[in-house]
Design a protein around this ligand. Structure first.
Ligand code: SME
Length: 160
């Protein structure tokens, strides 16, 4: 039904423009947030290289609750302020962590994870979810990944 393909060697800003276009096409006009998170998690998993986990946590009653994802089964509930995800949710700021072992309070859901990028999804000033990407490679994520995922989070703010 949908046929998206990554283009090896593509610069990251262009890659993320295409990822955003694909996410837009997948979620436009679909009001069900779970369906949209599920398809976007699958899209990220398919197209973004070097990941061992990609998905969503939703902010519900002051804590993060596991949402649609690809990867190994993960921690279900994370208090705001705990770990990388909880820090992103509590501060409203993206967390780009080159070495998860150096992050105080990092929650190890998958022992293979070495670096992590967590981006909040904000609607009307409140964090409603976070997008969490884990990689088995230390230093996997950089500013271009953060900017690309922040653009995706902004697109999804009214669609999840
Ligand atoms: N490592 C995260 C927990 C979620 S898993 O990576 C899927 C954290 O420290 O918040």
């Amino acid at each position: 039904m949908y046929d998206f393909a990554a283009n090896p060697g593509q610069a990251k800003p262009e890659f993320y423009r295409e990822l955003l276009g694909a996410a837009d096409a997948l979620t436009a006009g679909e009001p069900d947030g779970v369906a949209n998170m599920a398809n976007v998690a699958a899209l990220i998993w398919q197209l973004v290289p070097e990941l061992n986990w990609a998905g969503f946590y939703r902010a519900i009653d002051g804590e993060l609750v596991l949402g649609p994802f690809c990867g190994r089964p993960a921690c279900i509930r994370i208090p705001f302020g705990s770990g990388v995800c909880g820090t992103a949710a509590a501060t409203g700021e993206s967390q780009l962590v080159a070495d998860v072992h150096a992050f105080p309070g990092h929650i190890a859901c998958d022992a293979a994870s070495r670096s992590e990028l967590v981006v909040p999804v904000v609607r009307e000033g409140a964090v409603i979810a976070v997008i969490d990407l884990d990689s088995p490679r230390e230093g996997r994520f950089e500013a271009d990944d953060r900017a690309g995922m922040e653009a995706l989070a902004s697109l999804l703010s009214s669609r999840i």
